[in-house]
Design a protein around this ligand. Structure first.
Ligand SMILES: NC(=O)c1ccc[n+]([C@@H]2O[C@H](COP(=O)([O-])OP(=O)(O)OC[C@H]3O[C@@H](n4cnc5c(N)ncnc54)[C@H](O)[C@@H]3O)[C@@H](O)[C@H]2O)c1
Ligand SMILES: [Fe+2]
Length: 384
């Protein structure tokens, strides 16, 4: 049997409409003055109104910080930390996509200590204590509400991660109503991100474990069965709830069985070209799946059963091929860019991207097949 360690967020509330009770939930955690960390788009979409009304109804105070930037740069995290100090916040609520949730994690961690962000990049360097933290995802998604990771863009355009068990929130609230207005393009990008979490967790070379495996399979079947529906019919609450739960399960899976080369190759696209995280993953996904297939055939065959229920296959090789073909057809059907050349990358940028991807050894070591610089360059070439 596999030995393993498994961690996750201690409490999850999955209930449509539950965000209106955040004030009450914050109070129950002992928070008297919460900083809500979010972005301007979510405020403009009106998603904070029921939350603020809920705080008022619970006679609980909250202060809004709505200046989170996508792929949060260090200086935007610093502004949020300062906002928490200025507000005298004694708790933090991350509300939004991965950018808001990751910023909120770092605010909860850094507002109460004198540690500096550049000193805690890497694994297990954060000391804490951190403020009480509630995470409310509005995309499905990064799974950041159940991961011990916060990703930041450094001044040198690298995407670096802080990894620490302190970054698990005390509570995650998953309210599918919040995701009903997510535009089709963002729905597609973030949905593919979640599917990649499930795929890479299932095929990881390190820390593969039976709990993550079960969660990844269930995540992939929920996400695969619902992603087309939520793109065509964004207000379908049942399909949105299935996507949110799928991204939750995939997040729990990869928090304990880490992702690999798709994410390693995606990060430089976000860092240098501001390609949204899910889209970066989608752009390199098929070349990496084909590259990994010889090393991961048996596992891809198992994933085929999750994404193509009811189909039977003559051999693992046939099933693995069907899995990769199904992912190719799915990505091709998504309303978003399909090639690196469509997102501002020039062919002469590929060596720089490959060199940067090689720096993401934290993730490359998990890939089922070893990736050299030449491999990375060839993979970007295929994605171009
Ligand atoms: N911590 C982790 O484990 C983890 C995992 C994967 C990715 N990430 C990070 O997460 C970030 C990406 O997060 P993301 O893909 O969720 O996107 P995001 O947070 O950057 O949001 C993308 C856009 O969608 C909008 N949006 C979000 N929810 C909406 C809603 N319900 N309705 C309308 N608009 C909405 C936002 O306003 C924003 O403009 C990246 O920085 C990435 O590196 C973190
Ligand atoms: Fe991701």
């Amino acid at each position: 049997m596999t030995d393993f360690v498994f961690e996750t967020t201690p409490k999850l509330v999955c209930e449509a409409g539950s965000a209106a009770r955040l004030g009450e939930m914050a109070k129950a955690l002992g928070i008297r003055r919460a900083l809500i960390v979010t972005d301007a788009g979510l405020v403009a979409a009106g998603l904070l109104e029921p939350v603020q009304a809920g705080f008022a109804a619970a006679s609980s105070a909250c202060v809004l910080f709505s200046d989170v930037l996508a792929d949060p740069p260090e200086e935007s995290v610093a502004l949020a930390v300062q906002a928490a100090r200025d507000a005298g916040a004694d708790g933090v609520i991350g509300f939004g996509g991965g950018s808001s949730l990751d910023t909120a994690k770092l605010v909860a961690l850094l507002a109460g200590t004198d540690q500096k962000l550049p000193d805690i990049y890497g694994i297990g360097l954060a000391k804490g204590p951190r403020l009480p933290l509630i995470q409310v995802p509005t995309t499905a998604g990064t799974g950041s509400e159940v991961t011990p990771i916060a990703i930041v863009t450094t001044p040198t355009s690298e995407k670096k991660g802080v990894v620490s068990s302190l970054l698990y929130p005390d509570l995650a609230v998953l309210d599918a109503h919040l995701t009903l207005g997510l535009p089709p393009r963002v729905t597609a990008m973030t949905g593919i991100d979640a599917m990649v979490h499930a795929i890479e967790a299932y095929t990881t070379r390190h820390k593969k474990n039976p709990l993550s495996d079960s969660l990844a399979l269930r995540a992939l079947s929920l996400l695969g069965a619902n992603i087309r529906t939520v793109i065509e019919d964004g207000r379908n609450v049942a399909a949105r709830a299935a996507m949110l739960q799928g991204s939750l399960l995939a997040g729990i899976a990869f928090a304990n069985a880490p992702v690999g080369a798709v994410h390693a190759l995606a990060y430089p696209l976000g860092g240098h070209f501001h390609v949204p995280h899910g889209l970066s993953n989608a752009l390199v996904l098929l070349p990496v799946l084909e590259f990994n297939r010889p090393a991961a055939e048996g596992l891809y065959a198992e994933l085929a059963l999750a994404i193509l229920p009811g189909r039977s296959f003559a051999s693992p090789a046939e099933a693995a091929e069907a899995f990769v073909d199904a992912m190719r057809a799915l990505v091709a059907a998504m309303p978003m860019e399909q090639r690196l050349e469509q997102v501002g990358v020039r062919r002469e940028d590929l060596p720089m991207l490959a060199a940067d991807a090689m720096k993401v050894q934290r993730l490359l070591i998990n890939n089922p097949r070893e990736v050299s610089y030449d491999d990375a360059l060839a993979l970007y070439g295929q994605a171009y």
